[in-house]
Design a protein around this ligand. Structure first.
Ligand SMILES: Cc1cc2nc3c(=O)[nH]c(=O)nc-3n(C[C@H](O)[C@H](O)[C@H](O)COP(=O)(O)OP(=O)(O)OC[C@H]3O[C@@H](n4cnc5c(N)ncnc54)[C@H](O)[C@@H]3O)c2cc1C
Length: 407
């Protein structure tokens, strides 16, 4: 192949599609270790098309999210993929949260988002069961099934002549002996190998390990954070119309436990954020010795835990105790009762961390050093809202590929 993309998540597939649309004469492959695409982060998320409200003005995250939202709606319209513009409230329920909410509002305006500030009476017009002092309303925020979107990118890629090879777990990269300049992609199964001129790696929860295999530093390291959802019982779905989010705690990278309607009509509540004992481990007891020991021995995680010890313990308590989780949600909808919810699915976030314990917030490209560096590009950090931004990220990656490889 001329270009091989490792990782069949929404970022890898969007990139593959974008490159094929720009350069149709080139021979492409996507390799994915599972038997289908989009089984990990891209298939286990809140499904919210974010509007770009929170992110630092001028950051890639802000730019790509605002652009990505428009591209996502346009794409869904073109491909007849169902979505709903259910809107979103970010609600301050305590006085001390109001300055932070005001700051987020200023950021949202700087980022070019369509938002309005609501008082406590106006909140009721949007969400009749929601109680709060003040809220940002984002009417453009929507919901979609990102796994459907990712599969659609894959379908277009395959229809355009691209090859998707599933059940191909990449175990190593070496210099190709067949190509003048190129990479040998070795599979875990010794019978699987690909020679490719260029390789782009979008490996999600394994981004750091895949990068290290081709001569990049292991940092930033991926630490897996599981997020569990509760689900509202069907009889209680009318408590919620759109997305209801808390004012995020600036110390944490995640947006906080929220109410999210789903495309199938259900309503998810969550996700929390706790260290997963296994990358791609969706259940509490899923455990992998290498994954856990590597995370626990990593000085970056130790520093993060040390700085946020009590918050981490509280989060663990809420995992074990559904009552505590419901209490957090009752701040917004006081009518909600423990009997109204059941345990739901989980997702695992690939959170990139540096060795000082800082969460890497923006997208990171890396080619590393050594003989493979001229032919490889790793996307090492594609955190939320990367699903929303996937088409905009794909454009950015394709630009980078064109510059680096002089396509
Ligand atoms: C709980 C949760 C909630 C979220 N909510 C939202 C939201 O509401 N809105 C939003 O925009 N974003 C959200 N996100 C973020 C979004 O889901 C991710 O940013 C996005 O899916 C990342 O896509 P990806 O392709 O980089 O990763 P992934 O989807 O994880 O794809 C990586 C792929 O690489 C494959 N792979 C890994 N190693 C190998 C190997 N060795 N060989 C071959 N293949 C390999 C994996 O099997 C996988 O399919 C959420 C994420 C989580 C976890």
């Amino acid at each position: 192949y001329d270009v091989t993309i490792v990782g069949g998540g929404i970022v890898g597939l969007a990139t593959a599609r974008e490159l094929l649309l720009r350069h149709p004469g080139v021979k492409y492959a996507v390799v994915e270790k599972e038997n289908e695409v989009s089984l990990h982060q891209s298939g286990h998320n809140s499904g919210v098309i974010h509007a770009g409200i929170y992110y630092t003005p001028g950051s890639l995250k802000a730019k790509l999210c605002v652009e990505g939202l428009e591209l996502m709606y346009k794409y869904c319209d073109q491909q007849n993929i169902p979505y709903k513009k259910v809107g979103k409230l970010i609600v301050a329920v305590e006085e001390e949260e109001i300055p932070r909410l005001d700051n987020i509002y200023k950021r949202a305006l700087q980022n070019g988002c369509t938002v309005t500030m609501l008082d406590k009476h106006e909140i009721k017009d949007v969400e009749p069961h929601c109680k709060g002092l003040k809220a940002i309303h984002s009417p453009k925020t929507g919901i979609v099934d990102f796994a459907v979107v990712a599969r659609s990118y894959g379908k277009q890629f395959a229809e355009g002549g691209g090859t998707i090879r599933t059940n191909f777990e990449v175990s190593n990269f070496k210099k190709s002996s067949k190509l003048d300049s190129g990479v040998l992609i070795q599979g875990k199964d010794p019978n699987q190998q690909i020679h490719s001129k260029y390789v782009i790696v979008c490996g999600g929860l394994y981004a750091d390990r895949l990068a290290a295999k081709s001569g990049c530093e292991i940092l930033p390291k991926i630490v897996p954070f599981r997020g569990d959802y509760l689900v509202l019982k069907e009889s209680k779905r009318d408590l919620v119309r759109g997305n209801i989010y808390p004012v995020p705690d600036p110390r944490f990278p995640f947006l906080g436990v929220h109410y999210t309607p789903r495309m199938d009509g259900s309503v998810w509540l969550g996700p929390n954020a706790v260290l997963a004992f296994k990358r791609e481990g969706y259940k509490f007891f899923d455990f992998n010795f290498k994954d856990l020991s590597e995370a626990l021995l990593f000085s970056g995680l130790q520093k993060l835990v040390f700085r946020n010890f009590s918050a981490g313990v509280n989060e663990l308590y809420r995992v074990a105790n559904m009552n505590a989780q419901v209490k957090l949600l009752q701040r917004f909808i006081p009518e909600l009762k423990k009997e109204d919810v059941v345990k739901g699915p989980s997702g695992v976030r690939a959170q990139a961390l540096d060795d000082k314990g800082n969460l890497v917030d923006d997208f990171v490209f890396d080619s590393g050093k050594g003989e493979l560096s001229t032919n490889m590009l790793h996307v090492r950090n594609a955190p939320s809202p990367a699903a929303t931004s996937s088409l905009a990220i794909a454009k950015m990656i394709a630009d980078e590929v064109e510059t680096k490889y002089q396509f």
